[in-house]
Design a protein around this ligand. Structure first.
Ligand code: FES
Ligand SMILES: [Fe+2]
Length: 361
């Protein structure tokens, strides 16, 4: 039984008000914004002068490799009237805002603000882009805008260890592409759905025909900030899934809001971030990585496999949102064996919110 499940409170009770309370939604958005967040593929900022724009929670961030080779990150919001400065990815010598052409150096300092010489007082040195933090883990980039964001290195090390144990080395992966999503459900409902495979036999017949989803063989585990599923191959799994080095499915949540999926077969990884986007809504993106030698056929099949499961899950979580926010019931009843990671997630989010409230007085 997990550490988090030993606590006194009744973790089988799942209060529903948390999924449609605007105060709570705000607090959780701040919690996510204050955490280290997966940002994108490190290969996009490998060259001096290359940049990648993205987000930390809902906050625009740009990561850039300066001409000396140092990786930097800035809040990507113009100090003038607040436009998002850089979009997409590419190469640049300066960061120039598309609105009135305020131009920042790659280190974030404001270099040029047209017509600022006509102002009585204008101090460029006070108008640098706000700083952000950036870090790489294998092929993955992470950012944080909160200087006190708790480190995630341990969770990432544990993730790398678990991936390695099913035959996947993070360092062997290359970026394939990104897809974005918007879901009419609270971010926690999305993550909680991900954290159990109790629904797999009913809701994902395709998935359940490849993996063994029986409670005796499908392993759920918790270590620090990493919540893991290990899904053994089912007896009738097609050959595509049984050859290629990855011996089992691995599905991971890195708290608070990352998921990492690995399907059995050839090297593959899908890294997703789910961000709170207002009451009962979330959005995010999925970055797909494959091995250098992963075949086109396998990639196509994996994307179709994940898309099928993803579409089924989107319906489910939106139906949950409709039910829990209807006011019909005060709470649900979790199964603490099959849904122990849901309970662990609930406890971890609750504790993180408490910590934030304590530190913010
Ligand atoms: S908002 Fe950026 S230059 Fe005006
Ligand atoms: Fe699902």
């Amino acid at each position: 039984m997990s550490r988090l499940l030993d606590e006194e409170q009744d973790l089988s009770k799942l209060p529903f008000a948390q999924y449609s309370d605007p105060v709570r939604a705000n607090e959780e958005a701040e919690l996510v914004k204050g955490s280290w967040q997966y940002f994108g593929p490190a290969e996009k900022v490998a060259r001096p002068g290359s940049y990648l724009a993205g987000h930390c929670g809902v906050v625009p961030v740009v990561v850039v490799r300066d001409l000396e080779g140092t990786l930097r990150a800035h809040v990507n919001v113009c100090r003038h009237r607040g436009t998002v400065v850089m979009r997409g990815d590419g190469d640049c010598r300066r960061l120039q805002c598309p609105y009135h052409a305020w131009t920042y150096d790659l280190d974030g300092t404001l270099k040029k603000a047209p017509r600022s010489d006509r102002e009585e007082t204008f101090d460029e040195s006070e108008l640098s882009l706000l700083p952000a933090r950036v870090s790489t883990f294998g092929p993955l980039l992470f950012v944080a805008i909160d200087p006190s964001a708790a480190p995630i290195d341990e969770g990432l090390e544990d993730l790398a260890g678990s991936l390695s144990s099913i035959g996947l080395e993070l360092g062997d992966l290359v970026f394939h592409g990104r897809s974005s999503f918007e879901i009419a459900a609270d971010w926690k409902i999305v993550l909680e759905n991900y954290l159990e495979c109790y629904h797999c036999p009913t809701a994902h017949p395709g998935f359940a025909s490849v993996m063994d989803t029986s409670p005796e063989r499908y392993v759920l585990s918790e270590k620090g900030s990493l919540l893991s599923h290990q899904a053994p191959l089912g007896k009738r799994a097609p050959e595509l899934y049984t050859t290629g080095g990855i011996s089992a499915g691995g599905y991971f949540v890195l708290l608070p809001n990352h998921t990492f999926d690995v399907n059995p077969g050839q090297p593959n990884l899908a890294a997703s971030v789910t961000v709170p986007a207002g009451v009962g809504r979330s959005r995010g993106f999925t970055d797909r990585y494959f091995g250098r030698d992963t075949t086109e056929d396998f990639m196509k099949e994996m994307i179709a496999f994940d898309d099928e499961v993803g579409a089924q899950d989107q319906d489910l979580v939106e139906w949950v949102q409709e039910g829990v926010s209807s006011g019909a019931l005060p709470a649900g009843r979790l199964l603490l064996d099959s849904e122990k990671l849901v309970a662990a997630f609930q406890a971890a989010v609750g504790q993180a919110l408490e910590r934030r409230r304590d530190t913010q007085g």
